[in-house]
Design a protein around this ligand. Structure first.
Ligand code: IVH
Length: 661
């Protein structure tokens, strides 16, 4: 029997045992046996999240009360919710509600559906007396001691009414605590939790309350069961908060179902940024008296519905691994998948990140892999099903030669990527040209991937500098390229020569040198040739530049390609820094040594460029030499240093006046 079959068999068995216990009151196995089976199922499910099933006995925390905890009867029983999978089902729900409401006004409160587990809290004369899990809805487990360890829960309420005050809520593990817990478990060689819900359940149902205390659990309460009778759900939430119970501040009051639908659309992009996991939204009739009148079916109230988001994880077959070559020669693997529906789209490709990830997860071609899509991010392969079939397949061997040019692909120490080191590799050249034309680099109008391919096919460009030697008549001869496109591209190429030095440096595509690093380097050295001439030590001393960048910069300019390219660009009339940075000896800022800090209203490089043009010497660090510090928003240590050295500090506006004077 493989693990998947075992999961199915255990689920069926546990359901039957649970039925015997609850409905027939005639258990055929000891409680401890039931618990052992349930734990086996929990651990198998943790290893097979793709088999997640809301009806699994593990989902009904203590499908029957486990022997570890005493039983708590819920009176009235805890209902669950009906589900809506799309806007039409929400409209259908609204029609039913309004039909029953008989012209009385209907409005809704929408709350995030927290992916945790239900608890019921009972306070007696304001003191926490009992906390229980949901169990099967009628009978749950007494986890009072463990809930007393949850810092988010008050042991005593503020201004609570005398007698019983009872609330329903959700215990959950915030994502950060979940990640930290799993990291710690995997470091200790313990099995990791498949999701925050399982982690919260595992942390609450602990024999040792100290373990619960250490798990960073949180609670949101959302239903008042006894102690007060608010007229609306909005009031209920306020009341819960007023007595000191934790309540989610995120909620929406919606006058119509169209507003509700709009919230579901907006929320689907917001939910990824929340500190806790959600699996949908709960839509509740605000008028609780009307809700009471509408009543409930066997299982769920008629006045509320859960809007579920489409699954964001799916399992599918890994058909192959495609390795692409980026502009810096980095080999990036992409999973080619049997098409699968995921979060409302069909996914056929997913990121595999790098060589190590494939090795660590032991991902093999033909395996069933788990794929996740989070928000707008490209889908990624997050795991593999390690069944017998997997073990029968050969491990994946990452290529050690470039899949495009066949040149050697080497992995330098400390780098995640293996790179093709052939500087003439056509794949690298293509990506490099696209990069050069990009917005953040030389922003060349008309130089997109399609045009780059045309230029390469026509053999007009063998190296990046060839771009700037193209003549209008060369461009006009390109197939499917009109006169207008040719003129447009020619103008774009001409304009590129005047971009600021930092953008030119970024365009050179030095591995690890992003926009920010390029700005810092130009700021410190003044020009691209000065950077090329600097040694590794000098470069790594620049604040914000680490040894990896320093090593990469030195390698780039020491090698043939970088040196040649720089020489060509100078010949072609690019402004590599010197002229633009030559200080105007008689400008309004002549003699000033200026440091910019904090967030400015324009890009920092632009502000610096302007200051230099007006005669200032611009530096990146505050020293005794500095004469003016221009402080933007959220300026920090440099501002403090300026103050301690008694250096003149100006706002951006004041500096503008000084410069304009
Ligand atoms: S209201 C009568 N509100 O979702 C049902 N439930 O699928 C009252 N849940 O068992 C539930 N967040 O565990 C409600 N803001 C919220 C919720 C929420 C999470 C869970 C709860 C319930 C399940 C229903």
């Amino acid at each position: 029997m493989d693990e998947e079959e075992r999961i199915r068999a255990l689920r069926a068995l546990l359901l039957r045992l649970s039925e015997e216990y609850h409905a027939q009151d005639a258990p055929s196995v000891a409680d401890s046996d039931y618990d052992a089976l349930l734990r086996e199922l929990e651990s198998l499910e943790a290893a097979h999240p793709e088999m997640d099933d809301a009806s699994s006995p593990t989902r009904r925390v203590g499908g029957r009360p486990s022997s570890q905890f005493s039983a708590v009867r819920h009176e009235p029983p805890l209902l669950s919710l009906q589900n809506a999978m799309d806007a039409d089902e929400l409209r259908e729900f609204d029609r039913r509600v309004r039909r029953e409401a008989d012209d009385r006004p209907v409005s809704y409160v929408v709350e995030p559906k927290i992916d945790g587990l239900t608890i019921v809290l009972r306070y007696l004369d304001g003191v926490l007396a009992q906390g229980a899990t949901r169990g099967d809805g009628s009978v749950g487990e007494d986890v009072t001691e463990n809930l007393r360890q949850v810092a988010a829960l008050p042991k005593r309420l503020r201004d609570a009414p005398p007698g019983v005050f009872s609330a329903r809520g959700e215990v959950f593990m915030p994502r950060a605590a979940f990640d930290a817990l799993n990291e710690q478990r995997s470091a200790m060689g313990e099995p990791v939790f498949a999701n925050p819900r399982n982690a919260a359940a595992g942390s609450l149902r602990q024999l040792d309350p100290a373990v619960t205390a250490s798990r960073g659990l949180e609670v949101f309460c959302y239903e008042l069961r006894a102690g007060a009778a608010p007229a609306t759900q909005g009031e209920a939430l306020s009341l819960l908060a007023r007595v000191g119970l934790p309540v989610n501040s995120l909620r929406w009051h919606c006058a119509t179902i169209d507003d509700v639908i709009e919230v579901t659309q907006r929320f689907s992009s917001q939910r990824e940024s929340l500190a806790y996991a959600t699996d949908g939204l709960v839509v509740k009739l605000d008028d609780l008296r009307l809700a009471e009148e509408l009543g409930a079916t066997q299982k769920a109230p008629r006045s509320a519905i859960a809007f579920k988001f489409p699954a964001e994880e799916a399992a599918t077959e890994l058909l192959g691994i495609e390795v692409q070559v980026g502009r810096t020669g980095a080999l990036t693997p992409t999973a080619i998948l049997r098409p699968v529906r995921l979060a409302g789209t069909t996914v056929q490709r997913a990121s595999l990140h790098n060589e190590d990830l494939i090795a660590q997860r032991d991902i093999r071609i033909g395996d069933t892999v788990r794929v996740r899509k989070a928000g707008e991010i490209i889908p990624e392969v997050i795991g593999v099903i390690t069944d017998d079939a997997h073990r029968g397949r050969p491990p994946y061997a990452f290529p050690t030669v470039c899949p495009v040019c066949g040149g050697e692909a080497v992995r330098r120490e400390g780098e995640a990527a293996r790179r093709c080191v052939n500087s003439a590799c056509p794949a690298q050249l293509r990506e490099w040209l696209i990069h050069i034309g990009g917005r953040a680099a030389l922003d060349i109008d008309g130089l997109g991937p399609r045009t780059v391919d045309l230029l390469l096919e026509a053999g007009l460009v063998q190296a990046p500098e060839d771009l700037f030697r193209l003549r209008l008549e060369d461009l006009a001869k390109l197939p499917r390229f009109g006169e207008k496109s040719a003129a447009n591209l020619a103008a774009g190429l001409a304009a590129a020569r005047r971009r600021p030095a930092a953008r030119i440096l970024f365009a050179l595509g030095v591995p690890h040198v992003g926009e920010r690093a390029a700005e810092l380097l130009v700021e410190r050295f003044g020009s691209v040739p000065a950077i090329a001439a600097a040694n590794e030590q000098e470069i790594s001393e620049v604040a914000g530049i680490g040894p990896v960048i320093a090593d990469s910069v030195r390698r780039f300019f020491a090698g043939g390609t970088g040196e040649r390219l720089l020489r060509s660009l100078a010949e072609l009339g690019f402004s590599l820094g010197e002229e633009t940075h030559a200080q105007a000896a008689d400008g309004p800022l002549a003699g000033e040594v200026v440091v910019f800090t904090g967030t400015l209203s324009v890009p920092r490089a632009q502000a610096q460029e302007r200051a230099r043009a007006l005669g200032a010497r611009v530096e990146s660090d505050v020293t005794r030499r500095t004469t003016v510090v221009v402080a933007g928003e959220a300026a920090g240590s440099k501002l403090a240093k300026a103050a301690s050295l008694g250096i003149r500090v100006l706002t951006e506006g004041e500096f503008g006046e000084l410069a304009g004077a």
